[in-house]
Design a protein around this ligand. Structure first.
Ligand code: APR
Ligand code: PHB
Length: 387
């Protein structure tokens, strides 16, 4: 088998890259370890920056997004039992859209398959070889056979636990990382959200986030310890803890509860791989970098990477111009490090760190008060949040 760009991983990065390349007349094959059903139902991120929405619309992927996406013009910061709205659109002219990552996946898979795209699901034992030469290969098991895909280039879009990063020659890539000493317990519930906008909440017991997927589905998170045993969190305990952290002084307001249809614990960490390229291997999305979810940036960063990469491949195939491929790392990393800082800033402001005392908590509250009372701070937060 032969193709122009071999893509490892059918997450948002790999699938969108394949679609954008198709729009430029460039052939690709996507190989994915999981089944189509699995990737279309895996619950992940849900906040799209304005630029991400624009990219999806321009690529002809706006129909369901425009019909079902929820436009939000602000977020709430809640601390000391009080809510404070940050009017992002008033401050920046831009907004975010809430639309589940798995909905984007469904849109992309349907579109690629409709247009004759080649996606191989449930592949095994994937290897990427020869990235230092002009003819890299991807080998994998599929339908009981071993296949070899010869490519001009390989795009490593296989997420933070993928194999493509390790296919670079030894010493070619450097990784910068930070682990946070806590995790998020996330739930999806059949409950109408009790709010119109997201709430980021600091409580002495830890962070909580109120988000949503639709007018009938809520998505909520609680900061928990790194080694948290999910078995110790029956539904009732989760709702009690959420009600306690989100409590408003002088009010009996609390999140609307309902049947929990998905529950999981996610550790919080950051890493950045530099460069994002080794020879003919280009890394994009979570394969190249991850951020803690507090800034809602992972998906948006993945979309930004592949937008740059598609443009660079187009310049190479259309005009033999390799300048954009050569500057891919430089171009992508500017945004990657901006977002690393923003995600770290939101995380340190809103979480309880082990060993934190009352002094630490009061400093965080003072910082949050500054953000909601100072138009400059509120604008800086909003600019980063909407992208
Ligand atoms: N071979 C083939 N596919 C693989 C392999 C492998 N060895 N390893 C992982 N994969 C697949 C995963 O099953 C997944 O479908 O690669 C895909 C990677 O997708 P994501 O993890 O969603 O990463 P990405 O496309 O970069 O999107 C980043 O996803 O992690 C979320 O919230 C994060 O929004 C961010 C976004
Ligand atoms: C989500 O809806 O899943 C979500 C929203 C905002 C975040 C993280 C996750 O910061």
């Amino acid at each position: 088998m032969r193709t122009q760009v071999g893509i490892v991983g059918a997450g948002p990065a790999g699938l969108l890259l394949s679609h954008l390349l198709h729009l430029h007349g460039i052939a690709s094959v996507v190989i994915e370890a999981r089944s189509r059903d699995y990737i279309e139902h895996r619950v992940r991120a849900g906040v799209l920056e304005q630029g991400t929405v624009d990219t999806l619309r321009e690529a002809g992927l706006g129909t369901r997004l425009d019909a079902q996406g929820l436009r939000h013009e602000g977020i709430e910061l809640r601390f000391d039992g009080e809510g404070h709205r940050v009017p992002m659109t008033e401050l920046t002219g831009r907004a975010i859209t809430v639309y589940g990552q798995q909905e984007i996946i469904k849109d992309l898979v349907a579109r690629r398959l409709d247009e004759g795209g080649d996606i191989r699901f449930e592949v095994s034992d994937v290897r990427v070889d020869g990235v230092s030469g002009a003819a890299p290969t991807i080998t994998f098991g599929h339908d009981g056979r071993r296949e070899t895909l010869e490519c001009d280039f390989v795009a490593g879009c296989d997420g933070s636990h993928g194999i493509s990063r390790d296919s670079a020659p030894a010493g070619a890539l450097e990784v910068f990382e930070r682990e946070y000493p806590f995790a998020w317990l996330g739930i999806l519930a059949e409950a109408a959200p009790a709010v119109d906008e997201l709430i980021y909440c600091l409580h002495a017991s830890g962070f909580a986030l109120y988000s949503m997927r639709s007018p009938t589905i809520s998505r909520l998170y609680l900061q928990v310890s790194l080694d948290e045993d999910i078995e110790k969190w029956p539904d009732e305990r989760i709702w009690d803890e959420l009600a306690m952290r989100f409590a408003l002084a002088g009010s009996d307001w609390s999140p609307t509860s309902g049947p929990i249809i998905d529950k999981g614990v996610t550790p919080m960490r950051s890493f950045v791989t530099e460069p994002m390229q080794a020879g003919r291997l280009f890394l994009a999305g979570d394969a190249a970098h991850i951020v803690p979810p507090t800034g809602a940036k992972g998906l948006n960063l993945a979309v930004n990477d592949v937008r740059l990469l598609a443009r660079a491949f187009d310049a190479w195939y259309a005009r033999g111009d390799d300048a954009l491929l050569a500057s891919y790392t430089h171009d992508a990393l500017r945004r990657v490090w901006r977002v690393q800082h923003f995600s770290w800033w939101m995380t340190q402001m809103l979480h309880r760190f082990p060993g934190d005392d009352e002094y630490g908590h009061r400093v965080q509250v003072a910082q949050l008060r500054n953000v909601v009372e100072s138009p400059s701070y509120a604008t800086a937060l909003s600019e980063n949040y909407v992208g």
